[in-house]
Ligand binder design. Structure first.
Ligand code: ATR
Length: 284
């Protein structure tokens, strides 16, 4: 069997071994997938030792996604744009390619599992940290017409938007921002109508807090998506449901980013849906 791991600290809680074991069964690929705990200051030697022992690829989680970005010999466009790597592939010549499958995982969960086609839509992205950065290019690549980024610290939203080209202030009197979205925020009520999808990429749900965003951002038909997940709906989901949105958590994104990693390594795309259903049942 070819060896893969998810590396992180802590790592005991990771659901990735469960997901990849299901994918291996489903596809018949000879994959062995384990957890690998690295000391916070020992990412590189731990990865080098794993590769020296024949390891073929790694998923990378907290706190090592920036280390993995620095470690890779080359980066995919989406990893470069995310500024972070969650998937390392050891190539036949021993060099290591870094990719980031988080954003495409979100896109696939929304499109395939939730049935919302993103082409031509308007997406409100809440947050401007690493999680938000990672999904901007995949959303644009999916054909999203506008990505409006709103963040508690507005300057970070503006910086993130600027990194993707067009920016412009949200005009409270009208929609004066550029086609691929700008941004502004800091909790201000952006006067630009309802969105097709609102994505919570802030760390707010961890502390039970809902990020501020405009009351009119949600209309009937809006999908409110929290990248976090748990046994119970997050506070963001409860709040958005009360505003009339259809809601989803990030469990499907977790499964779909794993499916993309698996397909990068093996050239075969597993079906995420049955694994998502099984995980959902296990969450209780
Ligand atoms: P991650 O890699 O998970 O995105 P991060 O880079 O630390 O983590 O970014 C956290 C994001 O969540 C930021 O956008 C942060 O807003 P600030 O830039 O203003 O710090 C946002 N965030 C965290 N807690 C929040 C809260 N309680 N309400 C709103 N936004 C919050």
């Amino acid at each position: 069997r070819d060896r893969y791991v998810v590396i992180g600290n802590p790592i005991a809680h990771s659901k990735s071994p469960f997901i990849h074991a299901r994918f291996a069964e489903q596809t018949g690929e000879p994959v062995a997938y384990d957890r690998l705990l690295a000391a916070v200051d020992a990412f590189e030697p731990t990865v080098r030792a794993f590769i020296a022992q024949g390891g073929r690829g790694l998923n990378v989680t907290v706190p090592f996604k920036l280390d993995a970005h620095a470690f890779a010999d080359r980066l995919s466009a989406r990893a470069a744009s995310a500024g972070a790597v969650n998937t390392l592939k050891v190539e036949a010549d021993g060099s290591v390619t870094g990719d980031n499958t988080d954003g495409i995982g979100l896109v696939r969960d929304i499109e395939v599992n939730l049935g919302v086609a993103l082409a031509g839509t308007r997406v409100l992205l809440l947050g401007a940290g690493g999680a938000a950065r990672g999904v901007v290019l995949p959303l644009i690549d999916a054909g999203v017409r506008e990505v409006v980024i709103v963040n508690r610290t507005a300057s970070k939203a503006a910086e993130l938007a600027a990194a993707f080209g067009r920016t412009g202030a949200v005009d409270h009197a009208g929609d004066a921002y550029g086609a691929r979205g700008t941004v502004l925020g800091g909790g201000a009520d952006i006067a630009c109508g309802a969105f097709d999808v609102v994505v919570n990429a802030t760390a707010g749900s961890l502390g039970g807090e809902v990020p501020e965003y405009g009351a009119h951002a949600i209309a009937a038909g809006t999908l409110a998506y929290d990248m976090m997940y748990g046994a119970e709906p997050t506070v963001f989901m409860r709040d958005a449901a009360a505003r009339g949105a259809r809601v989803a958590d990030g469990l499907g994104m977790l499964v779909e980013q794993a499916a993309e990693s698996f397909s990068i390594w093996r050239g075969v795309r597993p079906d995420g849906a049955p694994v998502l259903a099984e995980l959902r049942a296990l969450l209780g």
